[in-house]
Design a binder for this molecule. Structure first.
Ligand code: FAD
Length: 537
């Protein structure tokens, strides 16, 4: 017995109907409309089977379980009967037991495909629609017309109009749909950086932390209780903090990276949104009401109403990209994680990248400060903002030709906000181009100049940005090896023209540099500045 189990009351035998609340549906607004009148109890499942599926970051396990336990208590306080089951088996077997004991079961359609697969194996359970999404599949289909490739922009315009967000007489407020061109500042110390909000940790959360340290001590990452919003009130405080402290400058510094601050003017609400502690429409409506510059307001709303909803539809419509599969990856990363990886989902691999995820992604130092900083941020907190994810972790992974499934599984395990519906489109489609041009017109790859411009790592890096940084070499080598796939791609025409003007020696040198980096990193060893200087000379 413990603090949490002691606070859950016994329920009477006359409850025969249970609504199963999945771990990412922790909001009263997502419960069935008739829940209060129908003498239905709420069923929660905490099964170690799930936690063992991937090497989940400890902070992620703590965040998910402490929120689930707090939500159960919050709902009990509102009068709902609660059945909180601890188990070691898959969800489908536990739910099947309930059915065979004569109970009637309902659940809300799960956002995650892995949970939908579990639910589909339950003999008899009624699935109710999910009320947490702002947009519908029909919105998505209507916005894309008959095109074979999908674009966020037409979807965003359509749903802004349909749901009347920042719209004035049918036109976008401010006259433009996107103000992204105003949102490209590197960090320039022009304003004060915000102090991140911290949370008190109660007995329920402490108990979860203890359990994880005992049962999942071999999992990566560490738990920081001060950054563990767990109750509904703490989720609201996080959003209030974001509205007061970051939203004004969200736009201009959206893409900036600095060693001085991990989160800059990002809200850090994604984990709370993805557990449904915060609801996207509430956040969008609140943001619309804020008295902040329009480029920050529009930039933020686009992330949630646009990107977040868009990737969910892409994932649903492709069944997690399974329509375009290759064989399951065989090489699985060992370093940093001693357990077995479960069988992974089949995944597309448009670029045929097969390099196994190297130990640097688990914390071995590479000597590239941008990569080492992003990885240590993830290991320490389970978070980095969008640009380190896209332009450092995914970019360098892609330039190294890491198997995209392995990289995706790493993101999925290590980020506190990662669930299949959001991590797969972001890594497989956006970050690694593993699905080809389905969602992006070109791979998001870049060399040293982008990272130097948007971040301040290069000044403190042990590798000189010109003489020994290998990232641009890896970039040119990537383009050279894949150029046959990008013939006629207008967005890549300029870099491909530059590539074609490079001498054969320059191309060979980039190839050698890339091979050296891959060899060192697969051994878990740092890059040697002198070796790189000689190779690049
Ligand atoms: C390679 C890669 C992997 C990613 N993996 C995840 C993931 O596992 N889970 C996740 O929620 N987001 C993911 N993202 C999207 C985005 O990076 C995060 O949502 C964001 O960094 C979360 O931090 P924040 O809450 O401070 O976001 P802010 O910058 O404050 O943005 C506000 C909100 O917009 C939403 N958002 C913004 N961009 C996206 C996007 N591309 N897809 C979905 N939602 C978006 C998020 O809900 C976010 O909380 C990934 C992006 C990339 C490039």
């Amino acid at each position: 017995m413990g603090v949490f189990t002691d606070s859950i009351q016994d329920v009477s035998d006359d409850i025969t109907k249970w609504h199963f609340v999945a771990y990412d549906q922790l909001n009263h607004a997502l419960l069935p409309d008739d829940i209060a009148e129908s003498n239905t109890g709420l069923l929660f499942i905490e099964t170690k089977w799930k936690a063992r599926r991937l090497p989940y970051h400890k902070q992620k396990l703590a965040l998910l379980l402490s929120n689930q336990r707090h939500f159960a208590i919050e709902m009990q306080e509102q009068g709902y009967p609660i059945n909180y089951v601890f188990d070691e088996r898959p969800y489908c077997e536990i739910l099947d037991d309930f059915v065979s004991r004569g109970y009637t079961l309902t659940t809300t359609e799960s956002a995650e495909l892995v949970m939908r697969e579990q639910i589909s194996m339950v003999d008899s359970i009624q699935i109710l629609s999910h009320k947490g999404w702002i947009t519908t599949k029909e919105d998505f289909i209507l916005s894309q017309g008959k095109k074979k490739t999908w674009k966020m922009d037409p979807f965003y315009r359509l749903v802004r109009k349909k749901y009347d967000i920042m719209i004035d007489e049918g036109k976008p407020v401010g006259g433009k749909w996107s103000l992204d061109y105003e949102n490209r500042l590197p960090w320039d110390n022009a304003v004060s950086l915000p102090e991140q909000i911290r949370f008190d940790c109660d007995d329920i959360t402490n108990e979860v932390i203890q359990m994880i340290e005992n049962d999942f001590s071999h999992h990566p990452g560490k738990i920081d209780p001060e950054y563990l919003p767990s109750s509904s009130a703490q989720a609201k405080s996080l959003w209030n903090w974001a509205k007061m402290n970051v939203m004004t400058y969200f736009g201009p510094y959206e893409d900036a990276m600095t060693l001085q601050h991990k989160t800059l003017f990002h809200t850090t609400i994604s984990s709370m949104l993805n557990l449904s502690r915060l609801l996207p429409m509430d956040v969008v409506k609140d943001a619309e009401m804020l008295d902040i510059p329009i480029n920050s307001k529009e930039g933020f709303i686009r992330q949630i109403l646009g990107w977040r909803e868009f990737v969910k539809h892409v994932h649903d419509l492709t069944n997690g990209f399974e329509d375009n599969p290759e064989k399951k990856p065989t090489a699985r990363p060992g370093a940093g994680w001693e357990g077995d990886w479960p069988d992974s989902r089949k995944s597309p691999n448009f670029l045929s990248n097969q390099y196994p995820l190297p130990p640097v992604y688990w914390g071995a130092e590479s000597g590239m400060l941008c990569l080492d900083t992003a990885v240590s941020d993830v290991v320490n907190t389970g978070y980095t903002h969008h640009i380190p994810r896209l332009m450092v972790l995914a970019n360098i992974g892609n330039l190294l030709q890491v198997n995209p499934r392995e990289l995706t599984d790493w993101f999925w395990a290590m980020f506190t906000d990662a669930y299949d519906w959001v991590v797969e489109p972001n890594v497989l489609a956006m970050g690694t181009y593993a699905v080809g041009g389905l969602m992006t017109t070109k791979p998001y790859v870049s060399g040293t100049p982008y990272i130097k411009k948007m971040g301040d790592y290069c000044g403190d890096c042990s590798l000189h940005f010109k003489k020994s940084c290998p990232i641009s070499d890896m970039y040119w080598n990537f383009l050279d090896e894949n150029k046959h796939l990008f013939e006629g791609n207008i967005r890549l025409a300029m870099p491909l023209r530059t590539l074609s003007k490079k001498s054969e020696e320059a191309k060979q040198s980039s190839k050698k540099v890339t091979a050296y980096v891959k060899q060192q990193l697969s051994l878990g060893e740092k890059l040697d500045e002198q070796v790189l200087v000689t190779m690049k000379a």
